[in-house]
Design a protein around this ligand. Structure first.
Ligand SMILES: *[C@@H]1O[C@H](CO)[C@@H](O)[C@H](O)[C@H]1NC(C)=O
Ligand SMILES: *[C@@H]1O[C@H](CO)[C@@H](O)[C@H](O)[C@H]1NC(C)=O
Ligand SMILES: [Zn+2]
Length: 406
């Protein structure tokens, strides 16, 4: 098991001969699209995968700021676009490659933050490594199952992590959560660990994750080829509920390409089957993304407050208040189109709808754009600590509203 645990984290960092894509002199800008015209242009750039631009934040609407990475050879064009629309751009990061170089978020620092060997030596009775199936490139999608009682299966918590490759902080936080559930003696954390079955998959999209290490730090999608130039679908637009009903693209070059059909991505298909094997046992589904500091509720296709939205909103707001107590980190809570944008074919929506999961949240972890996907390593532990506070809070509120029978 020691070996498996090491593989889980290290196996995806296989070296590759491919050249690393560099982002020298790529500049990160923040600006507010005040006109519908500019907003439409941005949406077109995003959907058509027009080269030279990389969206660091979603396009959320008129008057909501956008973080956009601009390639040096498109900088003049970008400045003209802003000027035409009478918009002032704020230069956030003059050279993103420098942030990538200084991230300090290396494979060894990720694995080295936690002593996997002592964990597996200390808790052999409670940890099982589970295989969720394979990715397109044949990597195993491994998860950690933590179980203290055979009676807990009706209270299963599933944590999906790093479905978007470049969101590295999520895997680090998942590692932190595993460590807490196994090692923290705090009574509230012991209660959580020992009264639920936990399935935590730190890398849902292992091909994309590997590629983000070997070749392109800002890669988001899977790695299945769709044309000579364009690889991968967005695995969080690829699930069979409300598929391609908005906020997804049918262009294989787009970062939000939904795939040619639901479950077209082998990693999505694998995890779909695995989740089906747990089915109605799943009481809570948490999905970790970054960044924006948001807690998102189902669903992505409508602003309607469906299912147990009202209760989840209350639980979510309490949880984000509890999260803020440690360092003051502020989150926004609401359903996906309410605070972000229409987005369909996401995993959480499918699980929520298919298995009537009580608790379903997507976390968009730190930060709000200063470092974005390139959060420095020294923020791993603080992000882990505050996120754990919020998870404790979610289940505390939930158990008050739904007392456990056993
Ligand atoms: C980045 O810009 C600086 C200043 O214009 C220039 O000297 C340097 O060569 C550029 N770097 C690359 C890799 O293009
Ligand atoms: C955006 O702000 C401008 C002025 O700053 C205002 O005229 C416009 O109505 C706003 N649009 C929306 C959708 O809020
Ligand atoms: Zn994401």
């Amino acid at each position: 098991m020691k070996v498996l645990l090491a593989l889980l984290i290290l196996g995806v960092f296989q070296s590759s001969l491919a050249e690393k894509i560099r982002y020298d002199n790529h500049t990160l800008y923040r600006f507010v699209p005040k006109t519908q015209e500019l907003l439409d242009t941005l949406i077109e750039i995003e959907a058509s995968a027009y080269p030279g631009y990389n969206f660091f934040s979603p396009i959320r609407g008129q008057n909501v700021s956008v973080n956009l990475l601009v390639a040096p050879d498109h900088l003049d064009e970008f400045k003209i676009l802003l000027k035409q629309n009478n918009v002032q751009g704020e230069l956030v990061v003059p050279d993103i490659q420098k942030l990538i170089d200084n991230e300090g978020f290396r494979p060894d620092s990720l694995a080295g933050s936690f002593d996997w060997r002592s964990l597996s030596d200390t808790y052999p009775d409670h940890v099982t490594i589970v295989d969720g199936g394979q990715s397109y490139e044949g990597r195993d999608i491994l998860g950690v199952k933590i179980s203290y009682s055979p009676n807990n299966h009706r209270h299963t918590v599933f944590i999906e992590v790093n479905i978007h490759a470049r969101e590295w902080i999520t895997s680090a936080v998942a590692t932190f959560i595993i460590n807490e559930l196994l090692g923290n003696e705090d009574p509230e954390i012991r209660h959580l660990a020992e009264n639920y079955d936990w399935y935590i998959f730190p890398v849902f999209n292992p091909d994309g994750f590997a590629y983000s290490h070997t070749t392109n730090r800002l890669w988001r999608k899977t790695r299945q080829p769709y044309s000579i130039l364009c690889y991968g679908a967005d695995p969080n637009r690829n699930w069979p509920y409300q598929w391609m009903q908005g906020g997804a693209s049918n262009n294989p070059c787009s970062d939000v390409y939904a795939g040619p059909s639901p479950l077209s991505e082998p990693s999505t298909q694998s995890m779909f089957s695995f989740i089906n094997s747990l089915g109605f046992q799943i009481e809570a589904y948490l999905s970790l993304h970054s960044f924006s500091q948001m807690l998102l509720l189902p669903y992505g296709h409508t602003t309607d407050h469906l299912d147990n939205y009202e209760e989840m909103k209350i639980i979510g707001e309490q949880a984000m208040y509890d999260l803020s107590k440690r360092y003051g980190t502020q989150y926004v809570v609401g359903n996906i189109p309410e605070i972000l944008y229409i987005s369909t074919g996401g995993s959480m929506d499918w699980v929520k709808h298919e298995y009537e999961v009580s608790i379903a949240f997507v976390y968009e972890l730190r930060d709000t754009g200063e470092y974005g996907f390139l959060l420095p390593a020294e923020q791993i532990i603080p992000t882990g600590l505050e996120t754990m506070d919020s998870i404790v809070s979610i289940f505390k509120s939930y158990e008050i509203l739904h007392p456990r029978g056993n």
